[in-house]
Design a protein around this ligand. Structure first.
Ligand SMILES: [Fe+2]
Ligand SMILES: [Fe+2]
Length: 152
């Protein structure tokens, strides 16, 4: 099997996040199914953000050309985390929960598109082919470790 590069490795979780967002928006308001999918999306998002920061954006900070994009992406991760925290404080039966949930899904899609269409191509110019493969391995190991910790 061919080894993934860092962009292909990150895309695995991007697809999972889109799938979960779609299921979340399609699930009935205030149902157990909706809460279950929300918990799954929260876990996927959290592990992806941390592993992506440690194994992609922090290494990119070494290059002048990719400092700004890294800061921007990490700031957006923080914004999404705050939206998740806010949702956890709200009553899942309230209309406000549904509204905030929809906004979170929109924010996630905006972030994924910005990464895929803007940041990944820019990072592709900065990283060598060897780095793209090595970072994918680092990312996959980190993501897997974080997911195992969530299950524990
Ligand atoms: Fe991200
Ligand atoms: Fe990402």
């Amino acid at each position: 099997m061919e080894q993934l590069n860092i962009f292909q490795a990150l895309m695995v979780s991007h697809r999972a996040q889109r799938e979960l967002s779609g299921r979340l928006l399609a699930s009935g308001p205030s149902t157990d199914e909706q809460q279950h999918v929300f918990e799954e999306l929260k876990a996927e998002l959290s592990a992806h953000e941390t592993a992506e920061e440690r194994c992609f954006y922090i290494p990119l900070m070494q290059h002048d050309e990719s400092v700004d994009l890294s800061r921007h992406a990490i700031a957006e991760h923080h914004e999404m985390d705050e939206m998740v925290e806010h949702l956890e404080k709200l009553d899942p039966h309230a209309a406000e929960w549904q509204e905030c949930c929809r906004k979170l899904c929109e924010k996630i899609e905006h972030h994924l598109q910005e990464e895929e269409q803007k940041f990944f191509p820019q990072a592709g110019e900065v990283l060598s082919d060897e780095q793209k493969l090595a970072l994918a391995k680092d990312y996959e190991a980190e993501f897997t470790t974080l997911r195992i910790k969530q299950e524990a």
